[in-house]
Write a protein of this length. Structure first.
Length: 115
């Protein structure tokens, strides 16, 4: 599966931004579509995860109530809508999908939140 992210941005704190990730290739067996974040000086962390099979959603505590993950199956696209952005949300955001034992990463898209 190939993943192409879009939505790179420089926004002010309290602003909003929407990231998109389009999946192509063999997408039929995708079970999870996720967004990870790699902030400067920190390890990569799971931000949000949507279970394609049952629709359940996970959010990291740091983004609960501010970020929303969603998907459009017809477009093979997963979105991450980010509201009330904080400087600590700055980082490279990666799209990730799991297909059984396999997984794929997007190339990453930079988000910078300024004070």
């Amino acid at each position: 599966v190939q993943l192409v992210e879009s939505g790179v941005g420089l926004v002010h704190a309290a602003g909003l931004l929407r990231l998109s990730c389009v999946a192509s290739g063999v997408t039929i067996c995708i079970s999870h579509m996720c967004w990870y974040r790699h902030a400067p000086g920190k390890v990569r962390e799971l931000v949000a995860d949507i279970n394609v099979d049952d629709g359940s959603i996970y959010y990291a505590d740091s983004v609960k109530g501010r970020f929303t993950i969603s998907r459009d199956d017809a477009k093979n696209t997963v979105y991450l809508e980010m509201n009330s952005l904080k400087p600590e949300d700055t980082g490279v955001y990666y799209c990730f999908v799991r297909r059984g034992p396999a997984s794929d990463w997007g190339q990453g898209t930079q988000v910078i939140v300024s004070t």
